[in-house]
Design a protein around this ligand. Structure first.
Ligand code: MSP
Length: 651
C-alpha cells in the first residue's frame, strides 16, 4: 500500500522556529507509523523559496535572493536532521524540475481557457504574500502581521477560480474527511457562501520567481508556484506520481487554510488532477503561553533545544502534550514534568528493571517462555491493537494514541509489582516472567518508534532484538537473544533555574535627538528609536556633548517601569559603564534599532521590572565588551562594545 504525506514548505526568510519543527515532527510520526505498518511511504517536505518576501529579506541581508536562500536552506535541513525527520524528499521550489512542472500546469490550465490577462489593484500583504479585501483587514491592517498592506496595481494573469466554486463546495460536502478537523471544514464552507473571485496568479512588481515564458516581466504568483510542489515533489506526471498521488494527508497550519482548502483544490480541478484525500489543519504552538516573536525574544530554536534535551524528548512532548487540532503550548515546566514522568520514569524504569533482572537471574540470556498464567495473559490483553491505533493516527490524534501506548507501559510496570520476580523460587516461572517482560519491551519499542526513533533503537539493542514492522512485533513465545547490561534510556532533567538576567529586556536604540532637561542641570532628554519612538532622561551632561551622542546606537532597558525625573517621563534607561571618573555608553554600532540584546542561553521575558530589580543584576566590562557572568552581551550580529577598562560597573 502506498501512503503519501506532505507538510507545508517553509519560507526560508529567517531561521526555523519550533513551530516549523512541530509540523514536521507531526507529519514524521504519521510517516513512520505507516512505514511500521509495512506500507510504501513517501514523505515530502521542503522550502518555499520564491516571492517578494524572500526577495525583500535577501535585500535586507545585502545578498542576491539565490545566494540568500542557498544559505538559509541549510538551517531547515539541519532542523529536520536534528529532529530525526525522516523525509523521503526535501524539495526547494528553485529546483529547475519544479519550475518546469509549475509552468507545465500553468500552460495546461491556460490552454483550457481558464487563465486570462487582466489588471489588478488591491491591498497586498508581503508577509502573507496575498491580497486582502477591505473587509478582511482589521483596522486597515493585515490580521496576521498587524501591518498596513501595500497598494499594488499590476497587470496580471488571472485564474478562473470562480468557475470551480460549486464543484469545490460539493466536494467538501461529499467528503467530510477532505478538510479536517471539522471546525476548519465548517470555516471554509461558511467562507464559500460568499462568491469566489478569480485569482491573480502572476506579478510584475518584483522579479524573484518563475518567469512566464514569452511574457517575462511576469513571474508566477508564489502560492501558485509553491502549492505545485506537492506534485512536482513526486515528479509529476511520472511513475512516482502515479504511485503516490492522491496524497493521503497534507499537514498545514491554520494560517494557510484558505490556500490549501480553496486555491489548491481548484487548481487541481482545472488541471484535471485528483484532489488529495485530506488537508489536515493543525493549531499553532506558543511558548510559555506567548506567540513566538523576534521582538519579545522568545523564539525557540529547535536545534538548540535538541542539543539540550535530545530529539526524542522534544518529539514526545510535542506529540503527546499538544492536541493537533488545537493550539498548543510549550512550557519548560510541562516539558520537564511530562518527559521525566513518561520517559525517564515509566518507560526508562521498565527497561532498567527488566534488563537488570535478566542479568541478575539469567546472565543476560533471554530465558525460555514457559506456560503462561492468568497474570501473564491479562498483561498480553493490554497490548494495544495496532489497527485501532492506526485509526487514531489517521485521525491525527497522535496524542491519544500515545496515551494508549503509555497506558500499556504502565500495565507492564504493574506486572512487575504483581509478579514480584525477586520472590519467585521456581526458576522456570521466573524465566517466563522475564521473558514476558522482554517480549513486551520489544513490542513497546515498535509502538514508540514513530514518536521516538532513537529510544526505540536503544530499547531493541539493549534486549538484543531488531526493529521490524508491527506484524513482526506481535507477541511470540519464540524470541531468543542476549540482553545487554542496563543503560539509562532517559536521564531525569531538572527545570532550568531562571537567571535573573532574563528579567531584562535590552534592545538597541538609535539616539535621534538630545535636549537639555529644562529643570535639571545634569540631565539630558533623549529622543530615541528602539523600533518605536521613546524618550529617556539620562544624567550624561557632565560626560558628553549632544553631538557626541546623536546617531549613536546604544543599549536600552526597555521594560523598566517608566519614571518621572524632575517632571519628565523617562521610558527606559540606557546602559553606561563607569570606572573612576570615566563614563562610557554601551554601543552596538552595526545593529538596527529595536534589535534584541541578550546573553547566550538566557531568554528575555519582557515583563515590566523596577529599578531595584535591575540594580541587583551585575553587568561589567572585559576587553572592551559588556559581559554578564563572563558571557558577552550580544545582538544578532555583534557583541556589545564599550571603550573602558575591565571591571567597570554598568548601570
Ligand atoms: N511557504 C508557506 C507555505 C507554502 S505550502 C505550499 C508558509 N510558510 S511558513 O514558513 O510561514 O509556514 C510554514 C508552516 O509552518 C505553515 O504550515 C505554518 O502554519 C506553520 N507554522 C508557522 N508558525 C507556527 C507555529 N507557531 N506553530 C505551528 N505551526 C506553525 O506559510
Amino acid at each position: 500500500m502506498a501512503y503519501y504525506i506532505t507538510t507545508a514548505i517553509d519560507y526560508p526568510n529567517a531561521k526555523p522556529h519550533i513551530g516549523h519543527g512541530y509540523e514536521k515532527v507531526l507529519a514524521d510520526a504519521l510517516a513512520r507509523w505507516h512505514r511500521m505498518r509495512g506500507e510504501d511511504v513517501f514523505y515530502l517536505t521542503g522550502v518555499d523559496e520564491h516571492g517578494q518576501k524572500i526577495e525583500k529579506s535577501a535585500e535586507e541581508h545585502g545578498k542576491t535572493p539565490a545566494a540568500f536562500v542557498d544559505e538559509m536552506v541549510k538551517h531547515f535541513i539541519d532542523m529536520d536532521k536534528a529532529l530525526n525527520v525522516s523525509y523521503d524528499r526535501f524539495i526547494r521550489t528553485t529546483e529547475k524540475e519544479h519550475e518546469k512542472i509549475a509552468l507545465q500546469i500553468f500552460e495546461k490550465v491556460k490552454e483550457k481557457g481558464l487563465i486570462y490577462k487582466g489588471e489588478y489593484e488591491g491591498a497586498y500583504c508581503v508577509g502573507c504574500e496575498r491580497f486582502y479585501t477591505e473587509k478582511e483587514l482589521v483596522e486597515g491592517k493585515c490580521p496576521f502581521h498587524d501591518k498596513a498592506p501595500e497598494t499594488i496595481k499590476t497587470e496580471s494573469y488571472f485564474f478562473k477560480m470562480s468557475q470551480f466554486q460549486e464543484a469545490l463546495v460539493k466536494h467538501i460536502e461529499k467528503y467530510p474527511e477532505f478538510i479536517q478537523p471539522d471546525t476548519r471544514r465548517n470555516e471554509i464552507l461558511s467562507r464559500l457562501k460568499e462568491p469566489l473571485r478569480d485569482l491573480s496568479i502572476s506579478r510584475t512588481n518584483f522579479k524573484w520567481g518563475v518567469k512566464i515564458p514569452g511574457d517575462e516581466k511576469h513571474v508566477l504568483y508564489v502560492w501558485f508556484d509553491a502549492l505545485l510542489n506537492y506534485i512536482s515533489g513526486l515528479d509529476y506526471p511520472g511513475e512516482r506520481f502515479k504511485k503516490f498521488w492522491p496524497a493521503n494527508c497534507q499537514q498545514i497550519g491554520k494560517d494557510i487554510l484558505w490556500f490549501h482548502a480553496v486555491i489548491w483544490p481548484t487548481i487541481l480541478m482545472a488541471a484535471e488532477i485528483e484532489l488529495p484525500r485530506q488537508i489536515y489543519v493543525h493549531g499553532f504552538l506558543t511558548v510559555e503561553g506567548q506567540k513566538m516573536s523576534k521582538s519579545i525574544g522568545n523564539v525557540l530554536d529547535p536545534i538548540e533545544l535538541v542539543k539540550e534535551y535530545g530529539a526524542d524528548r522534544i518529539r514526545y512532548f510535542l506529540l503527546r502534550d499538544v492536541s493537533p487540532k488545537e493550539d498548543g503550548d510549550l512550557s519548560m515546566k510541562a516539558f520537564i514534568e511530562r518527559t521525566n514522568a513518561d520517559l525517564a520514569d515509566s518507560l526508562g524504569n521498565l527497561l532498567q528493571r527488566t534488563t537488570v533482572m535478566a542479568h541478575k537471574y539469567f546472565e543476560g540470556k533471554i530465558p525460555k517462555c514457559g506456560e503462561l498464567k492468568e497474570v501473564d495473559k491479562k498483561l498480553l490483553e493490554t497490548i494495544p491493537d495496532t489497527e485501532e491505533l492506526t485509526k487514531l493516527m489517521d485521525e491525527v490524534q497522535v496524542n491519544r494514541a500515545a496515551e494508549k501506548i503509555w497506558e500499556y507501559i504502565s500495565h507492564c510496570n504493574r506486572y512487575i509489582n504483581e509478579t514480584e520476580p525477586w520472590k519467585e523460587k521456581d526458576q522456570e516461572r521466573l524465566g517466563t516472567i522475564i521473558y514476558v517482560l522482554v517480549e513486551n519491551l520489544r513490542i513497546i519499542a515498535h509502538l514508540v518508534q514513530p514518536y521516538m526513533p532513537e529510544a526505540a533503537e536503544k530499547i531493541v539493542r539493549q534486549i538484543g532484538q531488531e526493529l521490524k514492522t508491527f506484524k513482526e512485533a506481535e507477541f511470540s513465545t519464540e524470541t531468543t537473544g542476549e540482553v545487554k547490561k542496563a543503560e539509562i534510556l532517559f536521564e531525569k532533567k531538572e527545570l532550568p533555574e531562571e537567571d535573573e538576567f532574563s528579567r531584562l529586556n535590552l534592545k538597541v536604540a538609535e539616539i535621534k535627538d538630545v535636549k537639555d532637561h529644562p529643570e535639571a542641570d545634569k540631565l539630558y532628554v533623549l529622543e530615541i528609536d528602539v523600533g518605536e519612538k521613546r524618550q529617556l532622561v539620562a544624567g550624561l551632561k557632565k560626560y558628553f556633548k549632544p553631538e557626541e551622542l546623536k546617531g549613536k546606537h546604544i543599549i536600552v532597558v526597555t521594560n523598566l517601569k517608566p519614571a518621572k525625573l524632575r517632571g519628565i517621563e523617562s521610558q527606559g534607561m540606557l546602559l553606561a559603564a563607569e570606572k573612576g571618573d570615566t563614563v562610557k555608553v554601551l554601543e552596538a554600532p552595526e545593529s538596527r534599532p529595536g534589535e534584541q540584546v541578550a546573553v547566550q542561553g538566557i531568554k528575555p521575558k519582557g515583563e515590566q521590572i523596577k529599578y531595584e530589580d535591575f540594580a541587583k543584576i551585575e553587568i561589567t566590562t572585559k576587553d572592551g565588551k559588556a559581559v554578564y557572568k563572563g558571557k558577552p552581551l550580544k545582538t544578532r550580529t555583534e557583541e556589545v562594545k564599550v571603550k573602558i577598562e575591565d571591571g567597570a560597573k554598568i548601570r
